[in-house]
Design a protein around this ligand. Structure first.
Ligand code: GLU
Length: 300
């Protein structure tokens, strides 16, 4: 269907599979807690004798014998912690575990640290985490504070509304409406800059936004469509995603600015690990069977 192979259509395809994927795996499959080892079925193995010189982050990880990875914990399908079991699951979590394994750390040596959007740069800069894997868009302004490996996934900004909503069908219907997004996120900045007739209601996390939508405080939640499809899949009787993605969000692994050795190491992992990427995708977001292409890394 070459006619439909626009960039937008590709992004839609990349994210539209999430709802099905979530219903297929119940939103909690595929992950393991930080106390489990890398499972036999994992499409990556824990490397031994890792050779990575000139990376202050890796030196720290080696001497600590563990890796602290910043993640999201309330984004089903991407980065989600099951409150009952403490287990983390999702596409981002698997990318994080693959990265740790490539650095020689098994899953039981990972400490997942949930960090909301607004605190990512400071957590990396302060050394609270070794790197961050959580729907983190690569942007020029963030690159002034941190570095990014990747991109490892591409999605775009979308809209989540109540199922009963008939007035918001796309971003063109946002004038006079109130939308919720996360503080410090690119979707919030986009609305504030480019949608002057739209009110914004920021919260720290998207799950707080979803609560605000359900109890009528806001008309819509806006963030990456990949994230919104996860919430809609959890509550299909009350929530729906409308419209098409209207930005391009490229997810990167956030790491300390200037740690070029680590950035290149992770980029090489993505470039040389296409089979692994595909297996991770297929076992998480791609469970519906829809195929998407791994994006090429940007070795800036
Ligand atoms: N990808 C966007 C961002 O990095 C929105 C999702 C998020 O806040 O994590 O700002």
């Amino acid at each position: 269907m070459a006619l439909f192979c626009t960039k937008k259509a590709a992004i839609t395809a990349a994210t539209a599979v999430l709802a099905l994927a979530l219903s297929a795996c119940g939103g909690s499959g595929g992950g393991s807690s930080s106390s489990e080892g890398t499972g036999a079925s994992a499409p990556y193995t824990v490397a031994s004798n890792v050779s990575l010189t000139g990376s202050p982050t890796f030196d720290k990880i080696k001497s600590a014998g563990k890796v602290r990875i910043g993640v999201k914990q309330d984004q089903p399908g991407l980065g989600f912690m099951d409150a009952a079991t403490g287990q983390y699951s999702g596409f981002d979590i698997e990318i994080a575990k693959w990265t740790a394994a490539s650095l020689g750390l098994s899953a039981d040596k990972i400490e997942f640290k949930p960090i909301p959007s607004a605190n990512r740069e400071s957590a990396i800069q302060n050394g609270d985490i070794d790197f961050y894997v959580g729907t983190y868009s690569i942007t020029d302004s963030r690159k002034k504070q941190v570095d990014f490996a990747g991109p490892y996934f591409i999605t775009g900004q979308g809209l989540l509304v109540k199922k009963s909503n008939t007035t918001i069908n796309s971003e063109k219907d946002l004038a006079g409406k109130t939308v919720c997004s996360a503080t410090g996120s690119t979707p919030l900045q986009n609305i504030q800059k480019n949608f002057p007739q739209t009110q914004t209601r920021p919260f720290d996390t998207y799950s707080q936004c979803v609560d605000a939508l359900k109890n009528g405080q806001v008309d819509a939640v806006t963030t990456d469509q990949a994230i919104l499809l996860g919430y809609a899949a959890q509550d299909p009787d009350n929530l729906k995603v409308v419209g098409q993605p209207f930005t391009t969000e490229k997810y990167g692994v956030g790491l300390a600015k200037g740690d070029t050795a680590l950035r290149k190491f992770i980029n090489d992992m993505f470039t040389n690990g296409k089979d692994t990427w595909q297996k991770i995708y297929d076992s998480t977001l791609g469970k519906s069977g829809t195929k998407v292409q791994q994006p090429a890394v940007d070795n800036y």
